[in-house]
Every structure is written in structure tokens, then in C-alpha cells.
Design a protein around this ligand. Structure first.
Ligand code: NAP
Ligand code: HSE
Length: 452
């Protein structure tokens, strides 16, 4: 008889249902590959009587998560309920029993990762979370294991499927934000609370996890500069397209120059020279040149570009949200967890190793980039001169000014493409420009990423 490993699922929604169905479909294949069979013994849901798109025997289903966690037959607990309150209790209870936990819950890890990792170590078990970042893309394994011999000099990624789906359809179809968000919810991409997606928090949770793994200190979510996509209009998407760019919600992680230190451009400056540059860890919508591969990542696909000092440039691409891709990552973690269980070695790859006591996140105001600015201005002579005077006073160069034709009325849009400048100086200059009598609404400001 083949060895069997018993799983307890807490959550049978989009992801939990995907895991259940994928195990029905590919359980024999996994058993052949692993030499052990994964068997869902219990599944907790909020409402066991609800009709689902798949059938689970009544003996397996329960409405009480603690029955699953405390069932002596359950060897691995899979937390797929989401949220940070009850989910934290579930994970803590399982770890305290010495049971390995597999989770897709990036919000939970972002908020309580260090506590849960310490608890896993204390109880000689492990926590696996490949599905928490970028859906079906194996980026956690890549950073923790495959790139162990690299200093990571940049990560730039599209890590929220919902936002990418919305921005793609707004660009390709001229669709309205709210209609497309409803579709993303129907397709199972969005979080139960979709403001987590559209306000950038979900991407920040994921980028924080990647930054922590890449730079060896746990990045707290409140230190991550986070902007969402609510304010992105069809107008900006169209103007960006005319300029040769596509607007994407990007996560950026990179060491940056701090005052008094030189920009860490080369291997020599970032690696082993005693400096410990602060790390930019940020999420914001940005103009990506259409010539860059990230501009062509569409719909719910995600992509993470990782640059290491040894490997050079790499790119991870795949479906970043939805039932099957996320289930794929959970199954991969279950394979690892079951094999570790059989080997009696839960600490072969610990969930997170802190190795940079000096690590810190750079304040956003210290970070420089190019900017796209759209102003709604009075249609009369002298307007450009007033705006240019403020920018010149702030020593911010203008690389182009466009007043697109075909806009008539009391106000017209003006698009400024600014040379690289610090966030602080642009913020201050735009606060002054926004108060000029000729400027009729708050400036729309987006960064322009050239990935130099
Ligand atoms: P979901 O569809 O809302 O499913 C949540 C499941 O948890 C449901 O089955 C629900 O029961 C159950 N549940 C809620 N509260 C419970 C409680 N107190 N006790 C027992 N069960 C409870 O959410 P999802 O999209 O599968 O997401 C689950 C997790 O995966 C989240 O952390 C999410 O961030 C993460 N994730 C999602 C995706 C994605 O594309 N959807 C991708 C990666 C990661 P009922 O079915 O009875 O309501
Ligand atoms: N809501 C998330 C997204 C699910 O849209 O990317 C995948 O983590």
C-alpha cells in the first residue's frame, strides 16, 4: 500500500475548490511522482450546506475549522479561507500542534509573518506559501532556493492579477473600471474585499514578501509606499499609449543610493563592500515603455523580472490569479510538505531566514524617477510659462509638453513628461502648480519606469 498523507483544508472557495478538484484530477499522477498519496480527509467551510461546483462527501465537510486542525488524522493543514483574524488563529493552532501549514494568504503573512515563522520553528514544523505571491508562478521557490547564490539587485513585477486585468481591458477595449472589476470578481481573481486589489494593498503584501526574501529582513507593510489604480482614467491610458507606454501596476524592489553614498549601479558597489543601501519597496501604477516585456503582460497574467548579480536578468511569467494557477502552487507546496514530513526534515528550507539586521526600506521621497503629469488647465496664453517657471525653480527638467489637439472647452489637458527628479521635489512642485489659478483640478501624477 502506498503511503498516504492526510490533508485538512480550511476553505473551499475559489482556491480551496481548485485544490480539491485538481487533486481529484491529478492525484494519481502526483502519487506516482511522489511515491505518496495526498488525501483530503477534512474540509472546513463557512456554510457546509451551500451548493458548490464540486462534490465533497458530507463526512469530509464541516463548518468548524478547529475540527479540521485538531483532527488527529490530519497531518498537513491548508489555510485557504483568507483574512487575518480567524486565519491567524487557524495557522497558529496548527503550528502549535506541530502540523505543517500550507497557505495562499499573503495578507496574513504580510501582517504576521515573523510571528508565524517563529512559531513554526518553535514547534519544529514549517509554513509553505508559494501560492501567496503571483498565483501559479513559482517565484518563492526561485528566490529562496534557485537564487540562493545571488545578491538581488532588482525585482520589478506585475503581481496583482485583478489590477492587470482591469488595466488591460481599459486599454484594449476602452472598458470602464467598475464593469471590469465586476468581471474580475466573477472570474475569481479579486479578493473578497476588492479594495485590497484596486488600492494596491494586495500587491504590497506580495512585494513585501518578495523584498523580505530577497534582502533578508522582514519588510513591514506600513513601510511600503503603496498606490492603487482607482485614479487611472481612460484618458491617461490613451495619452500613455500615444507616447509609446502602457500603464501597469508595478511592484519595484531595488537598493537605492542614500544621501552620501553613491548609486549602487555595479556589482562592486552593492556586493560585499560594507555598504548596506536602503531598499526601495514600492507599489504604484507606472508608464512602462511598450518595448519592455512587462508592457505586454496582459489580463490576469503576472510577471516578475528578477535581476541577480550572478544570474543576470530573469523573467517569470504566468497566470497570477484564479482557481487553477493558484491550486497549482498549493499542490507544489503540498508535495514539498509531504516529502519533508516523510523525511522528518521540516527545516530543509525554512519559510524565512533573517540575515540582514541592518536592512531598511528607503523613504519614497528619496527615490528618483521620471514622471508623467496631466494637468487640466485654462485654455489661454501664458499657461505653459507659469507651469514651467515653477518646475524650473524646483530644478526639474521637462522632457516634453503636449497639449493634444481636439480638446475644446474652458479647460484642456496638458501632458508633461518630466526628467528624473526625486519624489519629494516633484511632490512639492506639483503642490504649487496645483494651486495656480490656471490649473483647474488636481494634477494626475504617474511615474515613468525605464528600467535602466
Ligand atoms: P473565497 O473564494 O472567498 O473562499 C474562502 C473560503 O473560506 C470559502 O470556502 C469560505 O466558506 C471559507 N471560510 C470563510 N470563513 C470561514 C470560517 N470562519 N471557517 C471555515 N471556512 C471559512 O476566497 P479565495 O479566493 O479562495 O481565497 C482564499 C485565499 O487564497 C485568500 O487568502 C486569498 O488571498 C488567497 N489567494 C486567492 C487567489 C485567487 O485568485 N482567488 C490567488 C492567490 C491567493 P464558504 O464557501 O462556505 O463561504
Ligand atoms: N486578488 C489577487 C490578484 C489574487 O488579483 O492578484 C491572487 O493573489
Amino acid at each position: 500500500m502506498m503511503e498516504q498523507v492526510n490533508l485538512g483544508l480550511v476553505g473551499g472557495g475559489t482556491v480551496g475548490g481548485g485544490v480539491w478538484q485538481a487533486l481529484q484530477r491529478n492525484g494519481d499522477l502526483m502519487a506516482a511522482r511522489l511515491g505518496l498519496r495526498l488525501n483530503v480527509t477534512r474540509m472546513a467551510v463557512r456554510d457546509p450546506r451551500r451548493t458548490r461546483g464540486f462534490t465533497v462527501p458530507a463526512s469530509v465537510l464541516t463548518g468548524d475549522w478547529s475540527e479540521v486542525v485538531h483532527d488527529p488524522k490530519v497531518q498537513i493543514v491548508v489555510e485557504l479561507m483568507g483574512g487575518v483574524t480567524t486565519a491567524r488563529e487557524v495557522v497558529r493552532a496548527a503550528l502549535k500542534l506541530g502540523k505543517p501549514v500550507v497557505t495562499a494568504n499573503k495578507a496574513l503573512l504580510s501582517a504576521h509573518g515573523p510571528e508565524l515563522f517563529a512559531l513554526a520553528a518553535k514547534h519544529q514544523t514549517n509554513l509553505y506559501y508559494e501560492a501567496a505571491v503571483a498565483g501559479g508562478i513559482p517565484i518563492i521557490k526561485a528566490l529562496r532556493e534557485s537564487f540562493a547564490g545571488n545578491r538581488i539587485t532588482r525585482i520589478a513585477g506585475i503581481v496583482n492579477g485583478t489590477c492587470n486585468y482591469i488595466l488591460t481591458r481599459m486599454k484594449l477595449e476602452g472598458a470602464e473600471f467598475s464593469d471590469v472589476l465586476a468581471d474580475a470578481q466573477r472570474l475569481g481573481y479579486a479578493e473578497a474585499e476588492p479594495s485590497l486589489d484596486v488600492d494596491g494593498h494586495d500587491a504590497a503584501h506580495k512585494i513585501g514578501i518578495l523584498a523580505s526574501l530577497a534582502h533578508g529582513f522582514w519588510v513591514r507593510p506600513e513601510t511600503i509606499h503603496t498606490e492603487g489604480i482607482r485614479h487611472i482614467s481612460k484618458l491617461d491610458i490613451q495619452f500613455a499609449a500615444q507616447l509609446g507606454y502602457t500603464i501597469k501596476l508595478l511592484g519595484i524592489i531595488q537598493p537605492i543610493a542614500t544621501p552620501g553614498s553613491s548609486q549602487p549601479k555595479t556589482k562592486k558597489k552593492t556586493a560585499g563592500d560594507g555598504q548596506n543601501p536602503a531598499i526601495q519597496v514600492s507599489v504604484y501604477p507606472a508608464l512602462v515603455p511598450n518595448t519592455h516585456v512587462l508592457a505586454s503582460v496582459n489580463h490576469a497574467f503576472n510577471a516578475v523580472a528578477v535581476r541577480g548579480d550572478t544570474v543576470g536578468d530573469t523573467l517569470f511569467y504566468g497566470r497570477g490569479a484564479g482557481q487553477d494557477p493558484t491550486a497549482s502552487s498549493i499542490l507544489g507546496d503540498l508535495a514539498d510538505a509531504a516529502l519533508d514530513l516523510r523525511a522528518g526534515n521540516h527545516h530543509r528550507v525554512p519559510p524565512f531566514v533573517s540575515h540582514n539586521g541592518q536592512g531598511k526600506v528607503a523613504p519614497m521621497d528619496s527615490i528618483s524617477s521620471r514622471f508623467y503629469v496631466r494637468l487640466d488647465v485654462s485654455d489661454r496664453p501664458g499657461v505653459f510659462a507659469r507651469i514651467a517657471t515653477v518646475l524650473a525653480g524646483a530644478k526639474i527638467g521637462i522632457s516634453s509638453i503636449i497639449q493634444p489637439e481636439g480638446h475644446t472647452g474652458e479647460t484642456v489637458p496638458v501632458i508633461l513628461m518630466l526628467d528624473a527628479a526625486s519624489n519629494l521635489s516633484v511632490r512639492k512642485a506639483l503642490a504649487i502648480i496645483g494651486k495656480l489659478p490656471v490649473v483647474k483640478s488636481s494634477p494626475v501624477v504617474l511615474r515613468v519606469e525605464n528600467f535602466d
